[in-house]
Ligand binder design. Structure first.
Ligand SMILES: Cc1cc2nc3c(=O)[nH]c(=O)nc-3n(C[C@H](O)[C@H](O)[C@H](O)COP(=O)(O)OP(=O)(O)OC[C@H]3O[C@@H](n4cnc5c(N)ncnc54)[C@H](O)[C@@H]3O)c2cc1C
Length: 263
């Protein structure tokens, strides 16, 4: 048995196609929209945040005063604009931008909880029908760190699994039979065993899942992972997560709460 720690990698994000965006703004809002682009484009802290702002401003033609006669003032900075979106709960525009994470060395306990969040997500999880483990890797929760019986039990399962798997001549087997047997064997493996999952979610969803899964009532492993997710997204997309604050819990993980819940 190998002790491991869950790992969080931010591996993808929404990006702008600047040349087309510039043309679109000129087409939609002429010099006013083009002027807004020229003054704000360099200041945008991320493509994802800027795309959200463009989509939102398109709704009211609020790139500047003079385009829509009903608009007499606009929010000048991106920070003010997004702050107002969060305050009003206009969260649907946050769905225009997504982030992709790879969560490595997480347990099946974690992945089962993660996939309960359905809205705004895409998921690819390591197949334990195809992937036959050579050993059991596991994150050991703090309560069990010093209990040798816990790791001994996992060790026994690993040995028993290895013995059972060794009975079969895998090299001579058709791939389909390998899959069937690998799937039959995985049923005796523990839920805590490490696996990998790639998770894409839009920012509206990420805000919701951080709030739910870093709650002090959430399971510790998912809180640990989403504490890290929150740190990474707050640093990379400071405008979207500007209202999130972290409180350190006694176990060292962080609970994140937004001022504006469920936008
Ligand atoms: C601390 C904690 C303990 C939990 N314990 C248990 C447990 O004991 N047993 C258990 O089964 N689960 C448990 N869960 C999981 C929980 O019940 C939800 O399944 C999970 O949190 C997904 O959240 P969500 O419902 O907000 O769905 P998400 O998919 O994250 O959806 C986000 C939001 O979109 C809206 N939405 C999504 N789908 C629909 C829909 N079909 N129709 C209408 N609106 C929709 C809702 O407003 C929803 O809140 C627990 C979760 C937490 C955080």
């Amino acid at each position: 048995m190998r002790k491991i720690e869950p790992q969080v990698y931010l591996i993808g994000e929404t990006s702008l196609v600047r040349e087309n965006l510039e043309k679109m703004l000129a087409d939609h809002g002429g010099d006013i929209a083009k002027g807004w682009y020229d003054t704000t484009n360099q200041a945008a802290s991320s493509h994802g945040e800027y795309l959200i702002e463009v989509a939102g401003r398109m709704c009211y033609e609020s790139y500047g005063v003079g385009l829509n006669p009903n608009v007499t003032k606009i929010r000048g900075t991106s920070k003010e604009y997004l702050e107002n979106i969060l305050k009003k709960g206009d969260g649907s525009i946050l769905e225009h931008s997504s982030v992709t994470f790879a969560f490595l060395k997480v347990s099946r306990v974690f992945t089962h909880e993660l996939v309960r969040h359905r809205a705004g997500t895409a998921i690819s999880q390591e197949s334990m029908r195809y992937v036959r483990p050579k050993e059991i890797s596991m994150w050991v929760p703090p309560e069990m760190q010093n209990d040798k019986d816990y790791t001994d039990l996992v060790q026994k399962i690993e040995e028993g699994y290895g013995k059972l798997a060794a009975k079969y001549d895998w090299d001579k087997m058709d791939f389909n039979i390998k899959k069937v047997l690998t799937s039959a064997l995985r049923r005796v493996l523990p839920d805590g065993m490490a696996t990998n999952i790639v998770w894409t979610a839009n920012h509206r969803t990420i805000r919701h899942v951080i709030t739910m899964r870093t709650s002090e009532y959430a399971e510790i492993e998912i809180r640990k992972v989403f504490d890290e997710v929150a740190k990474q997204v707050k640093a990379r997309y400071p405008l979207i997560y500007q209202d999130f604050e972290r409180t350190e819990l006694p176990d060292g993980t962080g609970s994140w709460k937004p001022t504006h819940v469920k936008v």
